[in-house]
Design a protein around this ligand. Sequence first.
Ligand code: COA
Length: 233
Amino acid sequence: MILGCVGWSDDRETGRYHRFVPEVRRAKLEDVPFLAPSLASAFVNDPVSSFLIPNAARREAILGEFFVVQLTRTYLPRGEVYTADNCVGASMWLPPRSALPRLRDQLVYLRVALAAGGWRRTRRLSVTLQRLRPATEHYYLGTIGIAPAHQRHGLGGALLRPVLARCDAQRLGAYLESSTEGNTHFYAQLGFRVTGEIAAPGGGPRLWLMWREPDSAVPPVGGSPRSGAEGTG
Ligand SMILES: CC(C)(COP(=O)(O)OP(=O)(O)OC[C@H]1O[C@@H](n2cnc3c(N)ncnc32)[C@H](O)[C@@H]1OP(=O)(O)O)[C@@H](O)C(=O)NCCC(=O)NCCS
């Protein structure tokens, strides 16, 4: 019996319980009203979110608005977003050489940052992180979040594997900034290594910069390491 969309299933033959992780798929525009609240609930106690949105009472609502903007303005049109049918979480990636946000999109981000009350902090942090991005071509993990009730059931790893498998096949690195030290263990299991640690400017929390080399044991696909990375940006 399946005990939930993400949870445990029992094997009647062996009598043992197994983790059941739903099938991961690319997210669509119609998923946004479900994904944004899931992501907002995942990040409501995150140290960086708390620093950028000091108002605890309004944080989840502002995050929900922010994720609608992030999904619709950046990651769905120009990147790759993965979820499962229950939409309890998502991973959002940008491919190598993706362009910076257009001016009109930057203005929408600015509106949300102003509502959050910490737009100077947001701006300084985003400039700092942009400067620290490795020069080597890579896939960039912008966000991953799973609604709290669905965490630690294997979905987070499952949402990262499609792009990591492509990174291996195309011999491309992957890069992210982790907002908690605990999460570095989650990423380390997927092959990421900490390459630096910074404090968010203005007395903010620490962030861990993580890089993943492609797994050279995986056979390469296509002649060029760039093939397939185009077209989504
Ligand atoms: C971090 C996050 C995406 C991980 O997703 P998840 O579905 O909970 O993780 P998984 O079940 O795939 O984890 C696989 C393994 O990674 C490790 N792991 C996961 N989260 C961890 C954590 N916070 N600390 C230490 N190890 C962790 C565990 O070994 C876990 O296996 P286990 O549960 O059998 O011990 C999720 O917990 C989340 O959304 N957190 C809140 C938002 C957030 O912090 N996002 C990332 C910002 S950098």
